[in-house]
Design a protein around this ligand. Structure first.
Ligand code: NAD
Length: 336
């Protein structure tokens, strides 16, 4: 069995070499994209992370491929139906860092509401101890709207309640038992947008959630609310987000993820890769504007990134491969 891991850091390579005895393993630092295929392509199993782009072309490039296992909870960077139509299974890592992502969400939220990033820059970069322009707002006693009450969403709810926030939630599949246990209530998306002082997104990117927040419904957001997105960028329509911030309807946004994140992270793709369509190009330009806004905090898709979470990711990925090889696959991406 020939197995390849892509997008690895040095310590991950060491961890895999120490803990992996399932066959010949090839370890690459590079991400796997249509423009960045390895010379050797006879692998039966490949493991990637979120900056790889597993298109039909990439899947075709590996003739022996049987399993793709992503070291992430989100799998929107993989063309799952193209894989399945070639008989390739796709596995992922559910639930490696529910608290990890939820904790980061509140880091972003408090950085926005208390201007923590600006406060630190005032001292470190300007060498000043003045507080003008650094006044924030309390969160205790206000309302947070949680979109998506799965593994990460429910951790976010617990943390929110620790801060003394009232919680309302929206989910396409409400879990009424959870709502009873955790003492929150489900509302419609429009009601959530209209009633929340803080909005946090924890649903997956699916066809049904692409632009879930959009030009129509973002006008319903309570004036002065803050929005945090640690889920996936395309869940928010970027032009609508920019407009909500410019108009002051949103007081601020904390974004760990962006629409067209790949091209925004590496704009040279725009020159060398396939020519993007005008809509994608507009999003990349809008991202540049967002990044420059003082009330927008953008982080580089970093919410997952703790020592503990990464070890859990690798452990589960190795188990995913082991179970697949023993004929009892686990953690396969659910059929939609
Ligand atoms: P989960 O599957 O446990 O929960 C997702 C929830 O979203 C479920 O309750 C589901 O019912 C709900 N949902 C599905 N469709 C919906 C819709 N149309 N409208 C509203 N809700 C809907 O997933 P999770 O483990 O909580 O992870 C959520 C997402 O967080 C992942 O899909 C991933 O994209 C993202 N994530 C980001 C990072 C990061 O580093 N920024 C790390 C891990 C996960």
């Amino acid at each position: 069995m020939s197995i390849a891991f892509f997008e690895l850091e040095g310590w991950e390579k060491e961890h895999i070499l120490k803990n992996f005895d399932l066959g010949t393993v090839h370890l690459f630092s590079d991400k796997l994209t249509p423009d960045n295929l390895p010379e050797r392509r006879d692998f039966e199993v490949i493991s990637v992370f979120v900056d790889s782009r597993i298109t039909p072309e990439v899947i075709e490039a590996f003739p022996n491929l049987k399993l793709i296992t992503t070291r992430s909870t989100g799998y929107d960077h993989l063309d799952v139906s193209a894989a399945r139509s070639r008989g390739v299974e796709v596995a992922y890592v559910p639930g490696y860092g529910d608290n990890t992502v939820a904790e980061f969400t509140f880091g972003l939220l408090l950085s926005l509401t208390r201007k923590i990033h600006d406060s630190i820059s005032r001292v470190k970069e300007q060498g000043k101890f003045t507080t003008s322009g650094l006044r924030g707002v309390d969160i205790k006693g206000k309302t947070i709207g949680v979109i998506g009450t799965g593994r990460i969403g429910r951790e976010a709810i617990s943390i929110a309640q620790g801060f003394g926030l009232s919680v309302i939630a929206y989910d396409a599949f409400p879990d009424l038992k959870l709502a009873g246990e955790k003492n929150f209530r489900y509302v419609t998306l429009d009601d959530l947008l209209a009633s929340s002082d803080f909005i946090t997104i924890h649903c997956p990117l699916l066809d049904s959630t692409r632009h879930l927040l959009n030009k129509e419904n973002m006008t319903k957001i309570k004036s002065g609310a803050y929005l945090v997105n640690t889920a996936r960028g395309p869940i928010i329509e970027t032009a609508a987000l920019l407009e909500a911030l410019r108009s002051g309807r949103l007081a601020g946004a904390g974004l760990d993820v962006l629409e067209e994140e790949g091209d925004t992270k590496d704009e040279s793709n725009l020159l060398t890769g396939d020519h993007p369509n005008p809509e994608s190009l507009k999003v990349v330009l809008a991202n540049d504007l967002l990044i420059k806004m003082p009330n927008v905090l953008v982080t580089p898709h970093n919410a997952f990134n703790t020592e503990e979470a990464l070890v859990r990711i690798l452990t589960t990925t190795i188990q995913n491969i082991s179970h697949f090889l023993s004929g009892q696959p686990e953690n396969l991406v659910p059929k939609s």
